[in-house]
Design a protein around this ligand. Sequence first.
Ligand code: ADP
Ligand code: AMP
Length: 217
Amino acid sequence: MRIVLVGPPGAGKGTQAQFIASHLSIPKISTGDIFRTNVNQGTELGREARAFMDRGDLVPDTVTIAMVRDRLSEGDAADGFLLDGFPRTLHQAKVLDEILDEMGDKLDVVLELVVDDDEVVRRLSGRRTCRQCGRVWHLDFDPPKVDGICDQCIGELFQRDDDREETIRHRLEVYAEQTAPLIDFYADQGNLVGLDATGPVEDVTERAIGALRRFGG
Ligand code: ADP
Ligand code: AMP
């Protein structure tokens, strides 16, 4: 299946992506993760992206699209993928359709994770991420057994620079202005499924997998 996860920052896209992708045996492609890896490794791409990310702005389309085009051409994405955090602008969405069209493919389903702004702020301000394996935790909602240490790989947990309250508010504005228009775009294409993303992580995963099953997943 070719799936896009859309929703505001903190909706739980990364959290759900790891479970859904492993359930369907498809790669999870997170543009945020790819950018962060490049920032950490000090690559040219990382240098280009860093200032935008720190401010909570979107990295320019040209840079982001080139990166995704490359990633989708890798062998593991040939039979399906789950995109987390891409597309985030109408232009990205239109170019994604073109890229898939060139490959003779199309998106099967766009899952929109629906949560309100207050919940997003609660989720993002308590988010902690593993430096080693990238697993996402939450101080209150999904805490690791040992403070500051990932249960999965005993890596160190850190708070993302863009998860400070001020940047979170700005990212929500950016979402409303630049990304929310995708909802109508995909609704018009007929492949949008809105999903209540509140409640325990496992319940959301169950709802997501149930919705995907209706699309053949
Ligand atoms: P996104 O990828 O959409 O930005 P994440 O998956 O990183 O969001 O989730 C943001 C934070 O919210 C993380 O700390 C995660 O542990 C927590 N979280 C995710 N899903 C839920 C949920 N259903 N209930 C409570 N907290 C959640
Ligand atoms: P995320 O991990 O999805 O919250 O993304 C973190 C940051 O990476 C965003 O705030 C943007 O600066 C950048 N980013 C991730 N995906 C995209 C995208 N599709 N388009 C532009 N910028 C992106």
